[in-house]
Design a binder for this molecule. Structure first.
Ligand code: BYC
Length: 332
């Protein structure tokens, strides 16, 4: 799909030619303005490389940590069909994390560095995964709202300016679209079920609605990265634009299955052709970003344990690769 040649040649070139080199910078900016993809060995400003590593690695961490809230429910799925769907979805998320770590590696960072940054708390991951999954309806709400928000954010990223990230997004979006549909279908079934099931569906919507709006990041006027990332065409839409689109698409979906979006300020604005909606609790958002989410500690403990428990697999894979390499040299 994309080169995995990490010979560092591209990087060495980038180090000798700094962002101050006007000719290289002008050529880079012209390519971005022309909607050409920037590829791993192309010259790029160091700040562009840095912001890509930041965004792609955080995105990868979100996918991997995002396996946990739903993974909790695999053994408790109510029937075989639901269990098979959930297993496939959680497995897809593991895959998304791997494509994204690979895309970040093409920028000269290593998997170990990224994992270490996650475990030490230096790297961020989406706030949404620091909320607990309390009932089975939460699995529907995650698919419908969380994957719904993810698609809204990721469809434009298929045209992000960095080639490996854009190509990873093509496959991710296809899978996310299945995830969103299965979640909505689950919510539809719950909302049309017994009074207790409908209550569970409404309760899940009440708890996941506002955290889903937080997934798009801070408001544009408080987003330090948006302006530059839009200029470099890393981001194709701003945080507020995507949040508005998500609200406009999702509110009628809630209405169609008889659920109520928990926002008293929600109102269709005829003039704007969009919904007006209430203010997100940004204090809560920043607290969760800082690591104070309701289950933030449990999430990191689970990731650390998975990493430690998997040490023997990594060692075995390394020993196998060394053996094969030695056998190849001996045969030559
Ligand atoms: N949570 O200047 P801003 C999934 C940080 S997983 C935590 O607007 P930017 C799924 C932000 O990083 C999908 N942190 O930043 C998986 C920045 O801090 P740093 C996850 C957040 O990068 C399993 C600071 O706040 N999707 O779908 O221009 C199951 C200021 O923000 C959040 C992606 O990762 C947040 N919500 O824009 C189900 C998409 N928001 O880095 C589903 C890729 C902001 O300066 N990422 N921050 O220390 C993006 O599109 C962008 O990075 C964002 C933020 C829109 C998230």
């Amino acid at each position: 799909m994309y080169t995995t040649d990490l010979s560092g040649k591209g990087k060495a070139k980038a180090e000798t030619a700094t962002a101050e080199d006007p000719a290289l910078l002008a050529a880079f900016e012209a390519r971005v303005a022309n909607d050409e993809f920037i590829e791993p060995k192309d010259w790029m400003p160091e700040a562009y490389r840095k912001t890509l590593v930041r965004q792609i690695s955080q995105h990868a961490h979100s996918e991997i940590v995002g396996m946990l809230p739903e993974g909790n429910w695999i053994t408790r799925a109510p029937n075989l069909r639901r269990k098979a769907i959930l297993l496939a979805k959680v497995q897809d998320e593991g895959g998304h994390g791997l494509y994204l770590y690979s895309a970040a590696e093409t920028l000269g960072t290593s998997r170990d560095e990224m994992i270490e940054a996650l475990h030490s708390g230096r790297a961020k991951y989406s706030t949404i995964f620091n909320y607990p999954t309390l009932t089975w309806a939460d699995i529907g709400a995650i698919g419908w709202l969380v994957d719904g928000a993810a698609i809204m954010n990721q469809v434009p990223l298929q045209r992000t300016s960095y080639g490996p990230y854009a190509r990873a997004m093509v496959r991710v979006c296809k899978e996310e679209s299945f995830h969103q549909r299965q979640g909505y279908e689950l919510m539809m079934a719950m909302a049309a079920g017994t009074t207790g099931q409908k209550r569970m569906a409404q309760d899940a919507l009440n708890r996941w609605w506002w955290p889903s709006l937080m997934m798009f990041g801070p408001p544009d006027d408080k987003s330090p990265n948006t302006e530059q990332s839009m200029r470099w065409r890393i981001k194709r839409d701003t945080n507020d634009e995507l949040r508005q689109k998500f609200v406009d698409i999702t509110v009628p979906q809630a209405e169609a299955i008889g659920l109520t979006v928990p926002d008293p300020a929600l109102k269709w604005n005829e003039e704007r052709g969009a919904y007006d909606f209430g203010e997100v609790d940004w204090e809560e958002f920043y607290a969760v970003v800082k690591g104070e989410g309701p289950v933030a500690k449990e999430r990191m403990q689970a990731r650390q344990k998975a990493w430690d428990d998997g040490a023997w697999v990594r060692e075995a894979a390394r020993a196998h690769a060394d053996k094969r390499a030695a056998a190849k040299i001996a045969a030559e």
